[in-house]
Design a binder for this molecule. Sequence first.
Ligand code: FE2
Ligand code: FE2
Length: 292
Amino acid sequence: MIEKDNKEIQERIEKIIEKVKALPTLSLVVAKVIQVVSNPLTSASDLSKIITVDQALTAKVLRLANSAFYGFPFRIQNIAHAVSILGFDTIRNLALTVSVYKIFTGEGKEGFSHQEFWKHCVGVAICASLLAKKIKYKSSEAAFTAGLLHDIGKNFFEQYMHKEYVEVFKYVKDNKVPVYEAEKRLIGIDHSELGKLMAEKWNLPIELKAGIAYHHYPEQEKDEQVMAYIINAANILCKQKGIGFAGDDIIEPISKEGRLLLNLDGTYEEMIMNSLETEIKEAEAFFNMPQY
Ligand SMILES: [Fe+2]
Ligand SMILES: [Fe+2]
């Protein structure tokens, strides 16, 4: 595949938009979870009732709640207990992530290791949550989930445009450009722009959309710019640290604005890097998450 002219690219993008529209919806249970969590009148027992309808989701949430990542010194036996301990936002975000990744299953094909890719996503999630806590961002939980989902557009390309995506990876290697640049040149749209369409299709909360859509161009996000910068920086720090692999190893600097907004200086960066290492070890429960 060579770099294509405008008309061809335009047609291709239109086809992609059609495919995004045709993507499966998130499960009904998850749609309901998102809805009730945003209602201030919802009780823990309302939320538990909705989740327990979906047995597989229930099992997954319990497994995660009992994992070393959360590190509770006791066993969480049921969803009602998990909801009261982890809180509405965590439960919503776990349900959301499980549901989104359920749409993209299957073994990684040539040029794309699912395992390394997922490791990258978990790393970015953890790092984003650390950065969010540091600046007291309104929800470190949302930063975590945005991190897990930030590169979701790559899953789409890999699953629905596999042949073209193999070319993209080859182009990245030969030309030493970042994946998003190669996607732009060869396909005409990159995974973050595509992720934005997916976030809109699924009605994801706006802060998640910001992290997904603008993690490569945080300066362009207007409403939830802090989140865009959090995911941008988390992505860069994880690449620096070599956690997982998402297609290229080009490390771009964190911009001045980003550093300022995130209060990120050399000392703090080092601290984040160290915590990241420990937390990654404890996050094993997340590594098996896509195999729902
Ligand atoms: Fe990305
Ligand atoms: Fe990434």
